[in-house]
Design a binder for this molecule. Sequence first.
Ligand SMILES: Nc1ncnc2c1ncn2[C@@H]1O[C@H](COP(=O)(O)OP(=O)(O)OP(=O)(O)O)[C@@H](O)[C@H]1O
Length: 351
Amino acid sequence: MSLALTAAVDERDLDLELEVGDGEVVALLGPNGAGKSTVLALVAGLLRPDRGRITLAGRTLTDVGAGHTRTFVAPHARRIALLAQDPLLFPHLDVTDNVAFGPRSRGRSRADAARTAATWLDRVGATELADRRPAQLSGGQAQRVAIARALAAEPDLLLLDEPMAALDVAVAPALRQMLKRVLSGQSALVVTHDVLDALLLADRVYVLDGGRVVETGPSRHVLAQPRSAFAARVAGLNLVAGRWREGSVHSSSGLRVAGLAVGEKPAEGAWVAAIFRPASVGVFREPPGGSPRNALPVTVTDLEPRGDLIRVHGVDLMADVTPQAVADLGLAPGDRVLFSVKATDVTVYTS
Ligand SMILES: Nc1ncnc2c1ncn2[C@@H]1O[C@H](COP(=O)(O)OP(=O)(O)OP(=O)(O)O)[C@@H](O)[C@H]1O
């Protein structure tokens, strides 16, 4: 076992246990205020629990009993690297020196640390950025460098806090693929709102709600089995699980969703999950024309204002549309409509 945590923070009504195995990538999912950031702060040593014990790679990092602290290792001595949304590179150092910082502070020679930096920059596909300053990097490039810097420090555990959230949707897929590759064999805890991150990066997920663990298991089980409609919902995505036949997912409730498979093409009849964002869904009374689209029959159960958009809820599916569209369609609960989504906006994941 790499990380074992038991902790209670009374002020935040948090009380939970969780573990990360050696070389395992674990995702923390859950709605706003569920306690995800609090868990990261506890592990990183930025927060002392009221009661709890945290061990990592055989070392006790935190051990707090009723009213007294037996052990509390300082953040910098925990052998943990934190990768936040904001890459937080040192502005006055070039990319190589940023990445070499961890090995240097662990006592490696300048040449040795520079070699380690070069290796990691190669692994994250950022070799050509080696001589630049952080101000000369795009958001996606800076995040690659931040990943190299975190891993070059050889942490016992890597904490990732919404690593993709600040990025352009166009660069996120490439970065996600790269992260998956470099995280292989590294123990990591990833906080995310994005079910795709959980599916693609993590071996296992914990779903938190109200400071408690409400669900845990292998990512694909938690996110593809019926119970996980909850997990998909907290992460704000639509999920249709079923069998893969002729390029579409066929659910037991009779839905058919065409989409693009991630990685290898699923075998005919394989158990798969189709995932798509509510914002990719259009709502229609009649089958839409134009490019080939999925058209899923849905009975509207609720209309929920969310910022500038209205979330149209069906029994299992959600669409985010403009108030104008809701008015034009005269939508009300009980209406039978079609949810339309392009096959190219649907990701199919093999369980
Ligand atoms: N600095 C703080 N002081 C006191 N209470 C806090 C603090 N930060 C968070 N909380 C409370 O602790 C609980 C857990 O919040 P936390 O930020 O860990 O949730 P989260 O799952 O990370 O949410 P989000 O997805 O919004 O980042 C919430 O009730 C929150 O209001």
